[in-house]
Design a protein around this ligand. Sequence first.
Ligand SMILES: [Zn+2]
Length: 95
Amino acid sequence: MIRANNLSEIKLRGASLSGNDEFVFVECKFCSRQYLYNNETLILYKNAQDLSKTEFNVDEQPSSCLGCENPDWDFRELEGHEIDKVNNGEWHWAY
Ligand SMILES: [Zn+2]
């Protein structure tokens, strides 16, 4: 897992923090599009510019992936050795 530790910027971009947050970088299993995910609140952030737009990831699938538009998609956490993906991705500012 790669944690996103720039909480001040995450908050600045519209996320509401619970005080017990664990933000991690995730990617679509099909097209590798990246998203930010909060492991504690189970909230998925799909818009790197506007984190007030959220999706709750419990039981139901989130809406279609923005990359591959697969309505039946899933995501996985990026691992430490994949840090290059984060650095080159649209969420790099959150690291
Ligand atoms: Zn996708």
